[in-house]
Write a protein that binds this ligand. Sequence first.
Ligand SMILES: [Fe+2]
Length: 376
Amino acid sequence: MDTAILGLSLMSAILKGPYLQCPTTSSVTVMWETVEEERGEVVWFETQSIHAGLSGSARTVESTKRCVTEDGAKRIHRLEITGLQPDLEYHYEVQGQRHPLFAAPAPQRPFCFCVTSETGGYGDDDINQRLFAEMAHWRPDMLLVVGDAVSDGRKYEDWERFFFGPGRQLLHSTPFYLCPGNHEENADWFYRFTAFPHPGNYYGFDFGNVHFTALDSTRLVDYIDGQPQATAELKDDSGQRSFLRQDLAAAAAADWRIAFFHYPPYVSCDFEVPEMRSLVPDMEAGGVDLVFNSHTIVYERSHPLRGGRFQQDGILYVVAGGAGAKPEWFRPKRAGHTAQSRAVPHFVHVTVAGTTLEARAVDVDGRVFDMWVLRK
Ligand SMILES: [Fe+2]
């Protein structure tokens, strides 16, 4: 067994992470997995950047050092850091590993995030490594993962192979939000490796001046004999539909509302899931500006749509099929709702500054192949 000495404790090796979950303007949850069950501990402190050659460095503000320790021994660790301020720079330490740490931005501060998905084995062997490395160059404040992060969510090994392994460096300091895809299989590991609010497979959160709503489309549509079919949960009075309406209504103060879920209601490709258009009236009434989807392993941006038709102030639907590319899935011609599309491994980088939202689709080599701006 690999071991490391931390203080007086004999700690086992870290398997996953440490990684960050659910940042607010004053708190962040730190998670990691160890070989053995043990009591986890996180130390955190404010730091000040100092000039130290090309790489830079950070000076610890000793008087701000804090520590939190788990009550009991476990393998998958989850500890919340509190008392942060949004504009200060922090670091945290787990077993002596030190990583930068930031609270979520306050509403008035511009921020950026990346969107990807489909890391579950559709590209070349090294595609996920390259994708995470390229995203890191763009220095996102957080990451949306629109499902199918793994090949089979029931397989413990998949979570390391397809997601936590290739994403290790970026995820040390970049919180991620995952919504379930069909390949997550609603498996227990999804809930154990994340810390999203109850029930965990759908949830809302604020980040800067944006309210984000994650939905579990795999509970809303089932594949039966290869064909998508609406489930009872897609009905108007289901718990998830009620959540969507209430979550959007409660987000009235946010400048922007972004929903993300796996099955795409609009894409001119195989694996479009038109059943998901049942959500459109709720999203339009709730003021959603932008929707991110996946499942179809391409990039496609819709024109702004209301009720499925082009309308200048409508919702933009963006399929960010991420870490794979299936050009043969495109239909021969674009659909009326299609603005731009391309089948290359990619991610989307979004910058939000007040009432301007600027987005770029970036391929795995860093080339920008689509750009669009929304203004309020
Ligand atoms: Fe999928």
